[in-house]
Ligand binder design. Structure first.
Ligand code: URA
Length: 219
């Protein structure tokens, strides 16, 4: 829980500190960044999947020794949607954990030379039946919340209930959380870190720089 958002899960996992130290370090080379970021996002993806009540059902299995009351996740009840391009990195980790999961893509871009200009929707391809699934919205960085809000708008427009959307990100900040929490308090956020805030260029501080550029080695 957080003072900045009514519906948030912040991961507490001992292994995150080492991984965050590697990906935040600006001297980490691209191959190492990808390696550590994938490890970090895999933990995030597992925790996000574990928080999809509508896609999870109770079940009893039998070990070689006894009965075990457990839970299982139904991949057919989930859709993973990435906000292109950085979101594709997290989407890859979700797909590795849920082979065959249905996928949607949304491209929203902001004019990087004018940070205060609102982000614009360029492309939206969502699978049929998405309105009956739980949607994992993937974007590793929640900064102003402008792109995420636009993506959520596109999901609602095709009939996805807000309560079925779970937004998964690696790093977020109070500004983005307050913005999204004000607009869509029912959209649950699963994050690995709440950082201090935004700088003048709308980058997260301390953050890790441009996630897409670093993950895809676009320099
Ligand atoms: N997107 C990024 O990749 N990094 C930030 O700090 C903010 C938005």
């Amino acid at each position: 829980m957080s003072e900045f958002h009514p519906n948030i899960i912040v991961l507490e996992n001992k292994s995150l500190l080492n991984l965050f130290t590697r990906v935040r370090d600006q001297t980490t080379p691209p191959a190492a960044f990808e390696f550590y970021a994938k490890r970090l996002m895999t933990i995030l993806a597992e925790e996000t999947i574990a928080d999809l009540p509508l896609a999870t059902s109770k079940t009893t299995v039998f070990t070689p020794c006894a009965e075990f009351k457990g839970e299982e996740v139904d991949v057919d009840k989930i859709c993973a949607v990435s906000i292109v391009r950085a979101g594709d990195s997290l989407l890859g980790c979700v797909r590795a954990l849920l082979p065959g999961v249905s996928v949607g893509k949304i491209l929203i871009q902001r004019d990087e030379t004018v940070p205060e200009k609102p982000a614009k929707l360029f492309y939206c391809k969502l699978p049929k039946g998405i309105e009956d699934k739980q949607v994992i919205l993937c974007d590793p960085m929640l900064a102003t919340g402008g792109s995420a809000a636009k993506a959520i708008e596109s999901l609602i427009a095709v009939g996805v209930p807000v309560s079925s959307i779970i937004f998964s990100n690696v790093v977020c900040c109070p500004e983005g959380l307050k913005y999204l929490g004000g607009l869509y308090p029912e959209v649950k956020i699963v994050t690995a870190s709440i950082d201090e805030g935004l700088n003048e260029e709308k980058y997260i501080v301390p953050g890790l720089g441009d996630y897409g550029d670093r993950f895809f080695n676009t320099v």
